[in-house]
Design a protein around this ligand. Structure first.
Ligand code: FES
Ligand code: FES
Length: 149
């Protein structure tokens, strides 16, 4: 199966029912997307599919055939981190960091469609991303920093 991952065609030989997250991590070496709940409920595995944040842990690989997948590894461009990634680092938003790749892709998608989101809109966009370390407020501050700088 041909996949479009981070702007490159990648060929994989897997069962079409295999979850996208497993293919990313185990077959393509893209380990930035994390396994958390495995049920689409925690946000750790989120990637962008045609620009839309989606859980990759329960998404059959067949669903993304012909679509563009962007993982946290492909968020930046020209060798630079995405502004959201820079802001998350600047605000020292992460503690363990396990949730951050999913948060980064969802925040990037929000800003792609709404360059000046309100705090409420940021919180709503990131609502389903669980963070056991309690870094939510620093994350929101980082995203607002990108939106309003
Ligand atoms: S691991 Fe996919 S949403 Fe939790
Ligand atoms: S920084 Fe540890 S789970 Fe979010």
């Amino acid at each position: 199966m041909d996949l479009n991952i981070n702007g490159a065609v990648r060929v994989v030989d897997v069962n079409p029912d295999t979850p996208l997250l497993y293919v990313l991590r185990n077959d393509l070496g893209l380990v930035g997307s994390r396994f958390g709940c495995g049920s689409g409920l925690c946000g750790a595995c989120f990637v962008l599919v045609d620009g839309r944040p989606m859980a990759s842990c329960d998404l059959p690989i067949s669903f993304v055939a012909g679509k563009k997948v962007t993982t946290v590894e492909g968020l930046g461009s020209d060798g630079e981190l995405h502004p959201v990634q820079k802001a998350l680092i600047d605000e020292q938003a992460a503690q363990c960091g396990y949730c951050m790749s999913g948060i980064a892709v969802s925040a990037a998608a929000l800003l792609a469609g709404n360059k000046r989101p309100s705090e409420k809109e940021v919180r709503e966009a990131l609502d389903m991303h669980l963070c056991r370390c309690g870094s939510h407020n620093r994350v929101v501050r980082a995203v607002l920093k990108v939106a309003h700088e």
